[in-house]
Design a protein around this ligand. Sequence first.
Ligand code: 5RP
Length: 229
Amino acid sequence: MTEVDIIKRNVARHALDLIEPGMTIGLGTGSTVEWLIKELAERVAQGFVLTVVPTSLKTAELVRKIGISVVDLNDVDALLLTIDGADEIDPFGQLIKGGGGALLQEKIVAAASQELIIIADYTKHVTQLGQFPLPVEVIPFGYKNVAKRILASGECKSCILREKADAPFITDHGHYILDCNYERISNPMELDLFLHNIPGVVETGLFIHLATRALIGFPDGRVEERKFR
Ligand code: 5RP
């Protein structure tokens, strides 16, 4: 196991305390969340009951495998808590997400949830968003034109179609992803509005005013809690 894996597992163990038996929670996508699912498996085997609104087909498959029931967001009256990972998190709790390609459903579930708690290792904590290329989910039709408009703004250094096995990466909802390198995002809210105004853009990986708390893990075993509202 790498050092980062050990940190992710440690953060996931801390996150277990947030989950009470009988709850229905939103569950994100990615390797940190997968550690949480592995940790939950032991509890579920001992009779712990939990229902999950998954943010991707992958998460749905993983939780089903360990005996957790999956429910559609449409069938949930109120979602108190969602736990998810992030690619970058700034001091205000603004995030870049979508490294795993699940940003659309992740944002829908996060927006429906009273609390969004991010679990991440210290490498994700940044002073300013933008080092991680911003994933932008787009409709396949005319995506090259969308990429041109993103680049024409002048702030974006490169805008690359995400690929998997030499073919475009296809999201769970049948879309493409453009990975847009900004280096530094000085105004995430303004950028999010600009991107949403381009026809063909479905969603962006900018999560603003959604995270309520973060658990950040460090190499010395510390897990720091940050509150954003
Ligand atoms: C998936 C995501 C993930 O939360 C993000 O990529 C972090 O992943 P990991 O926990 O593997 O570092 O946004 O769309």
